[in-house]
Write a protein that binds this ligand. Structure first.
Ligand code: FPP
Length: 251
């Protein structure tokens, strides 16, 4: 699959769905499906780095996922822990900086500690940002931002009249990260499931029936090629875009 290296999405976000169905299809337990899902994470992180994607956000665990049976949540924590231990050196070698969004206080203390170590160790890397959404919920993120703004107003750190889209975005956990250009969701589901609700206002959506554990570099390239065939108008008309093609029309 050919893609245009000059028109890459700067930021790709992925809802990695279908581990459970992949496991059912292979008549094995759900947890083994998640384990196979981690392999796909490795493949996709490496592929994004090779292709030249600057930001990759993976929805690894939603705030709602935390309510799954204890055994499954525990297994996901274990897999995350294992991933961080095994992958840290590789992330370093590839110049990848690890960041997170979501409530990492809800993770086990051991995973939280490993994450903090990995974030510190990779803080100066600048080839790509791997942003893991863990214990993340888009609505929670927005409420948290609103509360923080209200506090800052009360303490006169900011004035009501100064609040605009840019300022608001700076209060979100994704502050400093550009909005996703492309969202990929696997497994034939057509929802955004409380993921990056504010940030995806103008994101291009790509849905595929491929189950996450089967997702390969070729599937990523197909998604990018599809993205490159879209006309991103940001609410304007095609004619306006042509006239303003030298200006970067974005929100
Ligand atoms: C959705 O599949 C997947 C999850 C809830 C967890 C995603 C986690 C991983 C891929 C592994 C851990 C991540 C990292 C970064 C190491 P599902 O269980 O909802 O599948 P189903 O809809 O088929 O049941």
């Amino acid at each position: 699959m050919e893609i245009n290296g000059n028109d890459l999405p700067q930021h790709i976000a992925i809802i990695m769905d279908g581990n459970g169905r992949w496991a059912a299809k292979h008549a094995i337990g759900r947890i083994r499906g998640h384990r196979k899902g981690v392999q796909a994470v490795r493949t996709v992180v490496r592929a994004c780095r090779e292709i030249g994607i600057k930001y990759l956000t993976l929805f690894a665990l939603s705030v709602e996922n935390m309510g799954r049976p204890q055994e499954e949540v525990k297994a996901l924590m274990f897999l995350l822990d294992e991933y961080l231990s095994k992958e840290i050196n590789d992330l370093q070698k590839q110049g990848i900086k690890l960041t997170t969004i979501g409530e990492i206080d809800n993770l086990t203390p051991q995973v939280k500690e490993k994450l903090l170590q990995a974030k510190t160790a990779t803080a100066d890397n600048n080839k790509m940002i791997l942003n893991l959404a863990l214990g993340y919920g888009g609505r929670d993120e927005i409420i948290f931002a609103v509360k923080k703004i209200i506090k800052d107003c009360q303490f006169s750190k900011i004035q009501l009249k100064d609040i605009n889209k840019k300022v608001f975005a700076g209060y979100l956990q994704t502050a400093g990260i550009p909005d996703p250009d492309l969202l990929i969701r696997t497994s034939g589901e057509y929802r955004i499931s409380n993921f990056l609700l504010w940030q995806m206002a103008y994101t291009e959506f790509y849905f595929t029936d491929v189950l996450w554990p089967d997702f390969q570099k070729k599937d990523l390239l197909t998604a990018i090629a599809d993205y490159q065939n879209r006309e991103r108008r940001f609410g304007l008309t095609s004619d306006q875009l042509k006239k303003n093609c030298r200006n970067n029309i974005k929100e």
